[in-house]
Design a binder for this molecule. Structure first.
Ligand SMILES: O=c1[nH]cnc2c1ncn2[C@H]1C[C@H](O)[C@@H](COP(=O)(O)OP(=O)(O)O)O1
Length: 233
């Protein structure tokens, strides 16, 4: 079940009520903090929580698929060692380095590209009480030339290439004739953690697709899942 809502910034965002984690956890003062989405500061106050930071890198493009279909945006995810899709990044220990420093370090290992992540790149933080994991999500808009450099470095100089990262992938945001191909097929893959809801939120939040386009893709993805698995999954 998905809701589209205005954020405090006046931008449309997606609230995926089925995949946002919920529950409560104790903060440093022993009180109870709301969980699911929380601020970066609330997240850092969590005792006993682990922190994972990941980033969405994207750029505008004039390129067309088959000289006909506008690609519109280059959006990067990666195929991980475990066969799941996710964003570049990893676990960070805030007692040793800031979240942004840790993420920048992870990006160097996974992308072979030096990117200094800042507070301005922070999008959201989300708490999963069952694993005591807080996932911090960041996003950075780049120039097409720059994002192509990231792709080149990730496949050549990155130390994690072929080990923890099997390769970078671009997210197709168009829907092909018949309705299934493109974004609906992409969303039918398996994703690590809450990375799929991070992607869906970012697509609408940053105006990469309209809420209607996302909703249509989700409907087709669900139909595809039912065709493949029937009522079993
Ligand atoms: O892209 C992601 N979005 C949200 N959560 C994620 C994403 N990738 C991984 N995770 C979760 C699930 C993992 O257990 C932890 C740690 O992530 P990982 O990238 O595997 O960290 P290390 O490379 O082991 O440091 O975060």
């Amino acid at each position: 079940q998905r809701l589209f809502a205005e954020t405090t910034l006046g931008r449309i965002t997606v609230i995926n009520t089925s995949s946002h984690w919920s529950g409560n956890y104790a903060n440093t003062t022993g009180g109870s903090m709301a969980s699911g989405q929380l601020s970066r500061e609330e997240a850092l106050a969590c005792v006993g929580c682990r922190h994972a930071c990941h980033i969405l890198l994207y750029a505008d493009t004039e390129a067309q698929l088959f000289e006909e279909i506008p690609i519109r945006h280059i959006i990067l995810m990666q195929m991980r060692f475990d066969g799941l899709l996710g964003f570049p990044g990893g676990l960070v220990d805030p007692s040793e380095e800031s979240l942004e420093e840790g993420l920048s370090r992870e990006l160097w290992e996974e992308l072979g590209f030096s990117l200094s992540v800042t507070l301005e790149d922070h999008v959201s933080s989300c708490h999963n009480p069952s694993s005591h994991l807080i996932t911090h999500f960041y996003a950075r808009r780049m120039e097409e030339k720059e994002i192509r450099e990231v792709e080149r470095a990730a496949a050549s100089t990155a130390t994690d290439h072929g080990h923890e990262v099997m390769g970078m992938v671009r997210v197709p945001i168009y829907t092909l004739k018949g309705g299934e191909g493109g974004l609906p097929s992409f969303l039918s893959h398996s994703f690590i953690g809450n990375s799929r809801s991070q992607l869906e939120d970012a697509l609408v939040r940053f105006g990469l697709v309209t809420p209607e386009e996302l909703q249509t893709a989700l409907t087709h993805a669900e139909q595809r899942r039912k065709q493949l698995w029937g009522g079993a999954a």
